[in-house]
Design a binder for this molecule. Structure first.
Ligand code: UD1
Ligand code: UDP
Length: 367
C-alpha cells in the first residue's frame, strides 16, 4: 500500500518522525513524505536529526505568512502530487494549517485520511486560534482517528465518530523523547544557568501576539527583578512578530538569555534540566509531565486537560498580574513545586508509533 504523509511545522515533524521510522520498517508499505515547508529552519533540523528525507517539499514559507497564504498554497501545490501518487492513505497530524489544507486536498481527491493526534478539543474557536478550527475540520473528514488519550477518544465519540474508527494510541511525542533525552547531555547555556533555578520560556501562539505577549514578558521581568537565584532561557520563535515583542521587553534584561530556536535534541534536554517551564505551546504540555517538570501554561484554556488533572500543568492566563503571582507562587511554595514535579505522565508509554503502524496494517489487511 502507498501512504502519503504530509506535515510542515516543527511540532508535526517531531511527532511524525518516530511514526515514519516505524512505517519505513514495513515492506508492504511505501511511504511518501511530503513537506509543505510551512516552517523552514525550525523543521529542517528535525528531519536532519531523525535522518529522514522528504520526497516532496512544497516550500511555501514566506515571512509573516497569513493563514490564507498557507492554506491556498498547500491546496494548490499538494493536489498535483496526490493526483500523481494516488495514495491508499493520507496521514496528517494535529491542528496546523498544513494539516487542515492537506486533509482538505485529500478529501477532494477521495483519499482515506488518517488523523494522528485526533480528538483534542477546547470547543472554543478562538483559543487556540486557528488550531481549534483546524483540528475539528480535519476530524470531520478523516476516516481513521488516532487519539492520544481516552479523553480525546471521548470527545470524538461525543461528536458521533464511529467507535470502530477510533484508536487510543498514546502521543508519538513521548516516543520522540526516547530519541533525544540523554543524561550526559551538556551545553554552554545550561552551564550559564546551572547555579540558579532555570526557567525555560517559549511563546508563539497567534492569539497571543502583541499585547498578551507583552503581559507575559513584563510578568517574567518583574519576577526576575525580585529573585536573584532565577534565570531564564528563551529560545525565541522565528516569527518576526514574536521577535519584535521579545526584543522590546526582554532585550538586555539581567539573567535572561534570548537565543535562537533550539534543535529538538537540545530543547528536550534543556527541558529535562530546567526548574520550571513557562509556555503557551501545545506539545510542551505533553512532554513536560514525562520529564517531571512543572509547567505554567500562559493560556486561558487547554486542549490537554489530562496534564492539569495529573497535576503537572497549571493554566495561568495571559495577563501580567496572574502570570506574575502564579510564577512567584510556584517559586516560593515548595510543597506545590514538589507536587507538580511528581505527577504521572498521562500522554503515552513511548510506543504510540508502533501501535499506529499495527493498526494501519490491520485496517488495510496487511498483517
Ligand atoms: C504554526 C502553527 C501552530 C504551531 C506552530 C508551531 C498554524 C496556523 N500555526 O504557527 O499551530 O503551534 O506553527 O511552531 O498552522 N518562521 C521562520 N522560519 C521557520 C518557521 C517560521 O522564519 O522555520 C516565521 C515566518 O516568518 C512565518 C512565521 O514564522 O511566516 C509564522 O509561521 P506560521 O507557521 O505561519 O505560524 P506559527 O506561529 O509558527
Ligand atoms: N521545541 C524545539 N525547540 C524550541 C522550542 C520547542 O524543538 O526551541 C519543540 C518542543 O520540544 C515541542 C515542540 O517544539 O516538541 C513544540 O512546538 P511549538 O511549541 O512550536 O508548537 P505547538 O506544540 O504549540 O503546536
Amino acid at each position: 500500500m502507498k501512504v502519503v504523509i504530509v506535515f510542515g511545522t516543527r511540532p508535526e515533524a517531531i511527532k511524525m518522525c518516530p511514526l515514519i521510522l516505524q512505517l519505513k520498517k514495513v515492506k508492504q508499505i511505501e511511504c511518501i513524505i511530503c513537506l509543505t515547508g510551512q516552517h523552514r529552519e525550525m523543521l529542517n533540523q528535525i528531519m536532519d536529526f531523525f535522518d529522514i528525507h522528504a520526497n516532496y517539499n512544497l516550500n511555501i514559507m514566506r515571512t509573516n505568512q497569513t493563514l490564507t497564504d498557507v492554506t491556498v498554497e498547500v491546496l494548490n501545490k499538494l493536489d498535483p502530487i496526490l493526483e500523481k501518487e494516488k495514495p491508499d492513505l493520507l496521514l496528517v497530524h494535529g491542528d496546523t494549517s498544513t494539516s487542515f489544507a492537506a486533509s482538505l486536498a485529500g478529501f477532494y481527491r477521495n483519499i482515506i485520511i488518517g488523523h494522528i493526534e485526533a480528538g483534542l478539543r477546547t470547543y472554543d474557536m478562538c483559543a487556540p486560534y486557528p488550531e481549534e478550527f483546524n483540528r475539528q475540520a480535519v476530524d470531520l473528514i478523516s476516516t481513521l482517528y488516532f487519539a492520544p488519550t481516552e479523553q480525546s477518544r471521548q470527545n470524538l465519540l461525543k461528536e458521533g465518530k464511529r467507535r470502530e474508527d477510533i484508536y487510543v494510541t498514546g502521543n508519538t511525542v513521548i516516543d520522540a523523547l526516547s530519541f533525544t533525552v540523554n543524561d550526559s547531555y551538556c551545553n554552554d547555556a545550561l552551564d550559564w544557568g546551572k547555579d540558579s533555578r532555570l526557567i525555560l520560556l517559549t511563546a508563539h501562539r497567534r492569539e497571543n501576539l502583541g499585547e498578551p505577549m507583552r503581559h507575559m514578558f513584563r510578568a517574567i521581568k518583574r519576577v526576575l527583578d525580585e529573585y536573584s537565584d532565577v534565570k531564564v532561557i528563551y529560545p525565541v520563535h522565528k516569527n518576526p512578530k514574536v521577535r519584535e515583542v521579545a526584543q522590546e521587553i526582554l532585550a538586555g534584561a539581567e539573567r535572561i538569555r534570548l537565543i535562537e530556536p533550539l534543535d529538538v535534541v537540545d530543547f528536550h534536554n534543556f527541558m529535562a534540566r530546567s526548574y520550571i517551564i513557562l509556555t503557551d505551546s501545545g506539545g510542551i504540555q505533553e512532554e513536560a509531565p514525562s520529564l517531571g517538570k512543572p509547567v505554567l501554561v500562559m493560556r486561558d484554556t487547554t486542549e490537554r486537560p489530562e496534564g492539569i488533572v495529573a497535576g503537572t500543568l497549571k493554566l495561568v492566563g495571559t495577563t501580567e498580574e496572574t502570570i506574575y503571582h502564579e510564577l512567584k507562587g510556584l517559586l516560593t511554595n515548595n510543597a506545590l513545586y514538589q507536587k507538580m514535579s511528581k505527577a504521572v505522565n498521562p500522554y503515552g508509554d513511548g510506543h504510540a508509533s508502533e501501535r499506529i503502524k499495527d493498526i494501519i496494517l490491520q485496517r488495510f489487511s496487511l498483517e
